[in-house]
Design a protein around this ligand. Structure first.
Ligand SMILES: Cc1cc2nc3c(=O)[nH]c(=O)nc-3n(C[C@H](O)[C@H](O)[C@H](O)COP(=O)(O)O)c2cc1C
Length: 168
């Protein structure tokens, strides 16, 4: 799968096969996250890998829409250290999800609506926080749980030269 195909076919899925993600695949996923650029190369992200069902269930309790996390054989919490921004976390997270999908591993970014709960569950230092958790695994044999949602047409996303600009 080339980079463009991986990006445009990647959908956020919440139904996983129990098959574990092999160590060498996990390593490439984490490496893709590590290689994301960051503002002034401050490298503010850290990743907490959760494979234990108990740990995944405990962290899932910190999100309001995280019921799929205990079913995902692998979760990766993207943690921001002080000074890190959401954009840094987003770049690392998307790198990991796209690299994973290129290997057939599907994923769903999952919000931690209760940040103190997530911090405590992962025993983070007080000035660190969980930006997002990536639930990951091979797709369930039954297929995607939800069809991908529609996107606005490209014309609705792109403006030319200025906000009210139209392409000639
Ligand atoms: C920042 C962010 C937070 C999200 N949080 C959740 C979440 O807590 N639970 C969930 O099931 N999906 C979550 N999603 C997934 C979105 O619902 C998903 O990206 C959107 O529905 C589009 O899905 P599609 O790419 O499969 O069409 C989140 C996505 C993003 C980008």
């Amino acid at each position: 799968m080339n980079a463009y195909s991986a990006i445009v076919t990647k959908r956020d899925t919440r139904a996983f096969a129990p098959r574990p993600v092999p160590d060498e695949v996990l390593r490439r996923i984490l490496q893709a996250g590590r290689m994301a650029g960051s503002s002034k190369n401050t490298q503010p992200c850290r990743f907490v890998v959760l494979r234990s069902p108990e740990r995944r269930a405990a962290l899932a309790a910190c999100g309001d829409f995280a019921k799929h996390m205990p079913d995902a054989p692998l979760c990766i919490a993207v943690v921001l250290t002080p000074g890190g921004g959401a954009f840094d976390a987003g770049r690392a997270a998307q790198n990991m999800m796209v690299a994973a999908w290129a290997e057939g591993v599907t994923s769903c970014p999952t919000s931690m609506h209760h940040p103190a709960c997530a911090r405590e569950t992962l025993s983070l230092p007080a000035d660190h926080h969980v930006a997002i958790v990536l639930a990951m695994g091979y797709p369930a044999a039954t297929g995607n749980d939800r069809p991908g949602r529609a996107r606005l047409p490209l014309d609705g996303y792109v403006h030319w030269e200025q906000w009210d600009g139209r392409r000639e």
